[in-house]
Design a protein around this ligand. Structure first.
Ligand code: BG6
Length: 479
């Protein structure tokens, strides 16, 4: 790798993401000695603050969001920080910002964690101040647009200053250890790949369930909804990792080439293949929570739940449905992928009265990081009244298998890769655009059909129509 930044410039440095994820991740990397000693981190945002003020701001964020045992020598980390206030909508402040950044000896990594409306003026300001040279990498945080055309606009604006090899689009799910482990499961084991196709897999389910509601993101979320907030990015990336062909190497181009083929092969979804929902007052873990409209303070047609039956139209996945569902205010926080294999072609136990269930692979992404394979086993006994079979789990809990290893924040990995210039876990432009194309078609169908969300009680698994969507095919959501 020939790029390692010695300057990191953080736009949106006082924002929620910076406080909760970016500063804690950087501090944790520092504590583990993973940041080069000369790395300087320059924060910028609209608020008026000096270096000392920003260090104090960062200290408070770290004390709140980073466990004490991961902070290392916090003073050392805080010393790396400086701050320059900036109104990114005008060019005026960018020269002062460039002065603050100084002359990086090796490279400059820029992280844009601002409202997308600021992307374009920020890029212009950076160009104006000469912060767009060959040693600069540009990292973009979501949302990257609200549809294909706005996403193309952002991508064009960024491309006017930076070539694709220097653009890093974040999907923080790709920074999760268990998501990367999907690649290991599929391509570091001989066991699964021969069966990983339509001949042996009945269907796939991907669930991303959250217990949180709107949180403090009223304006953003109500304009976005579950489809754009979660499916367009995280869930389609998970689907792509499950469905992609084996890449020829573990390399940014090879992996992203394979993912984009899957995204382009997604079949346009029919009206009857999606269900939307919006939560109403209910209870989660015994605690009463308000409905979406109450939290919002007005009525809205924004979906907080979506279930989709998707298809990947290629040889490998012909006829295999991928059921996706995600929602806010569901009964538990869980992200998991279920690969349901087909039944054995002929059961020799049928005439002995035994019923077989197809094998199932459950990949727990969060909060439990585990891989569970369900196998059929004979219930011990003399079988004089027939053979009895039962599903037994083959269970690997990752934290037990790797005791003593840190469970890292996804952003730790992504920030380190950005600083070191490795694009493998970042999303390429063609991927984002293929994702939007598919999502836009779904939204267009909703609009044509005047589809409005069904309601569901907070603390339930979404509207009953979502259960029906799967059950029509004889499939039950894994719970
Ligand atoms: C974000 C969404 O991208 O992902 C949020 O905007 C969501 O609405 C979050 O809550 C979920 O991330 P995680 O890592 O908690 O699963």
């Amino acid at each position: 790798m020939d790029f390692t930044a010695d300057r990191l410039l953080l736009f949106g440095a006082t924002g929620d993401l910076a406080q909760r994820m970016l500063l804690p991740s950087l501090c944790a990397l520092d504590a583990d000695g993973l940041l080069r000693p000369d790395l300087e981190i320059i924060g910028t945002a609209r608020s008026d603050m000096d270096d000392a003020g920003y260090r104090q701001f960062a200290r408070e964020a770290l004390e709140k969001y980073l466990p004490a045992d991961r902070r290392g020598s916090m003073a050392n980390f805080l010393n790396r920080l400086s701050y320059q206030s900036l109104d990114a909508t005008t060019l005026d402040g960018f020269d002062a910002l460039a002065k603050k950044v100084g002359e990086p000896q090796h490279g400059l990594a820029i992280f844009l964690s601002t409202a997308p409306s600021l992307f374009e003026p920020t890029i212009k300001g950076l160009q104006h101040a000469g912060l767009d040279g060959a040693n600069v990498r540009m990292c973009l945080e979501k949302p990257l647009g609200t549809d294909l055309s706005s996403s193309c606009e952002i991508n064009d604006a960024v491309a006017s200053a930076f070539p694709e090899e220097r653009i890093f689009r974040i999907d923080h799910y790709l920074g999760k250890e268990t998501v990367q482990n999907l690649l290991a499961l599929r391509f570091a084991n001989i066991l699964f790949e021969p069966l990983w196709n339509a001949a042996h897999i009945d269907h796939v389910q991907i669930t991303v369930a959250e217990t949180v509601g709107l949180e403090s993101r009223v304006a953003y979320y109500d304009d976005s909804g579950a489809l754009r907030d979660m499916v367009q990015n995280h869930m389609l990336q998970l689907l792509a990792l499950v469905a992609m062909e084996p890449p020829s190497s573990f390399d940014a181009t090879a992996i992203r080439d394979e993912k984009v083929k899957v995204l382009r092969a997604l079949r346009e979804v029919g009206e009857a293949e999606t269900v939307t929902g919006q939560y109403r007052a209910g209870a989660i873990s015994g605690e009463a929570v308000p409905g979406y409209d109450d939290e919002l303070g007005k009525e809205s047609d924004t979906e907080t739940f979506v279930a989709i039956k998707a298809h990947v139209d290629n040889w490998r996945w012909k006829g295999v449905p991928f059921y996706l569902r995600t929602g806010k205010r569901l009964p538990e926080r869980v992200t998991e992928i279920i690969v349901q294999f087909s039944c054995v072609p002929h059961s020799i136990f049928a005439e002995k009265g035994a019923k077989l269930k197809p094998n199932k692979l459950v990949i727990g992404i969060q909060p439990k990081e585990n891989i569970r394979m369900s196998l059929m086993a004979k219930v011990p006994g003399l079988d004089r009244e027939g053979v009895r079979m039962r599903e037994v789990p083959l269970d690997i809990a990752m934290p037990d298998a790797f005791v003593g290893q840190h469970r890292r924040i996804a952003y730790e990995r992504l920030l380190l890769d950005l600083i070191e210039g490795d694009q493998t876990l970042f999303v390429r432009r063609d991927e984002v655009e293929a994702q939007w194309e598919w999502i836009d078609a779904i939204r267009a169908t909703w609009e044509e059909e005047g589809q409005t969300p069904n309601t569901y009680t907070a603390g339930s698994w979404g509207p009953s129509a979502s259960i029906a969507l799967a059950e029509r095919d004889g499939v039950t959501w894994h719970e």
